[in-house]
Structure formats: C-alpha cells, structure tokens
Design a binder for this molecule. Structure first.
Ligand code: B16
Ligand code: MG
Length: 221
C-alpha cells in the first residue's frame, strides 16, 4: 500500500476556515451596502480569492474598477488574517489527527492541495505544517479547481502517478478536479452535494481503519 499517496484539501477538510472567510467577505459586502448571507458563502468554497470577489460583486450587483477590486482583495485578506493569526491546533476538525497518525504509522505520504494562498500559515498555526510531505497551495497554481493542476502537482510531489493518489475534498469543484486528474475522490460533507466522489463521509470520525486499509490496498476504484 506504499504505492499510494494522499492529497488533502485544507479549508473544509482539515479546518473550517469558511467561517472566517465569511466574516471577512461580509465586512466588504456591508461596506458596499448589500447583504451577504451564509448561503451565499457556500458559493465561495474551494474558489480562489479573486474569483470569490467576482461572485460577491455579482451577488451585490456592484461594479468596481480593477484598482478598487485590488483594494478590496487586500482589505479582505488583512481582515481574514486577523482571524487566522488566532487559530490553534484545537481547530483541527474531528478525526483528522487519527487519520494522519494512521498514515504516518503506515508510511503513507500526504501532501496538501489547496486553493488558499494562506495555506502554509494556517498549517503552521495548527501545528501540522511539518507533517506534510509537500504543500501545493494557491501560490503554486495558475488554474483554479475544477482544473486538476493543483492535484497533478501534488501527485508529482508524491512521486506517484495520478491513479495512485487519493484526494480528500469538501468542494464540488475539488471533487471534479480529482476525477479529471484520474484520482480517487473522497468527499467530506453532504452525500448529495458531493455525488461525483467515489466515497463520501460527513467527517473524518466516520472513516474507519478498515476502510483506509481497503482503500490503500486496492489499485483503483
Ligand atoms: P485565500 P481550499 C479555499 O481553500 C477556500 O475554500 C476558499 O473559500 C478560498 O476563497 C480559497 O481557498 C482562497 O483562499 O484567500 O486564503 O487565498 O478549500 O482549496 O483549501
Ligand atoms: Mg475546501
């Protein structure tokens, strides 16, 4: 099973930073004078920062110049970082550490495959940075999910062919990217929303050792 490797998404899989993205985007929407709800925030999951602003402005039917957009992006990230700097290991989602311990014990390498440009900082805040074999984040890619670029770079870092890689993802676009890359996709979240995934769990506490052994032993699902 050592011919298998894992690629973890970050937001929504290892930590729930969506709540901080929400607060920071809401501040931008408030300043522009329109309502930004938690349901709206769902549309931004797994989406790059620049694309998130486009979606936000569409929701508010607001048009901004490129210069104004840049200012909003800087202001949003400054605000977001204020929340991230207060994060600690207690924010790692339930069951994640058990799965990472299992992978370490079985010498299975894992890398990060995230759209976030703040991924390294977040991993350091939650004290997991040193455990990852490699990190592919929003600074390393030119094409956003569902483009498979982020995961293909991840496979390269793992020195494995894509079909030997298993991706954990919470976003539809991320599951799609994993499937396009010819990888096994494990959805973390709602079964119906992530129906394209090979397997879906509500969270990591539902993933048993038996399942992991089976997953890592099989060649391809
Ligand atoms: P940043 P993931 C994504 O992370 C988030 O889900 C998404 O909501 C966010 O807009 C994106 O990162 C960019 O984040 O502003 O920190 O660069 O789910 O791909 O780990
Ligand atoms: Mg995510």
């Amino acid at each position: 099973m050592n011919d298998k490797g894992i690629i973890f998404d970050l937001d929504g899989v290892i930590v729930d930073t969506a709540k901080y993205h929400y607060l920071a985007w809401k501040k931008i929407a408030d300043a522009l004078g329109f309502e930004f709800t938690k349901a709206h925030n769902e549309l931004l999951k797994g989406v790059s920062r620049t694309r998130s602003l486009e979606i936000l402005l569409d929701i508010g039917k607001v048009t901004l110049s490129d210069n104004e957009k840049q200012k909003k992006l800087i202001s949003k990230n400054k605000d977001y970082l204020g929340y991230i700097e207060k994060m600690g290991a207690d924010e790692i989602l339930p069951g994640v550490l058990t799965v990472l311990d299992f992978l370490d014990e079985n010498n299975i390498h894992y890398v990060l495959g995230s759209a976030s440009k703040n991924a390294e900082l977040i991993l350091k805040q939650i004290n997991l940075h040193h455990r990852f074999f490699g990190i592919v984040d929003g600074n390393a890619v030119s094409k956003a999910k569902p483009d498979p670029e982020v995961f293909l770079i991840g496979a390269h870092k793992l020195h494995l062919p894509p079909e030997n890689c298993i991706v954990f993802e919470d976003a539809i676009a991320g599951v799609e990217a994993a499937k396009i890359a010819n990888m096994t996709a494990i959805g973390i979240g709602d079964k119906e929303t992530l129906s394209e995934a090979d397997f879906v769990f509500n969270d990591f506490t539902e993933i048993s050792e038996a399942f992991l052994y089976e997953l890592l032993d099989s060649t391809k699902y």
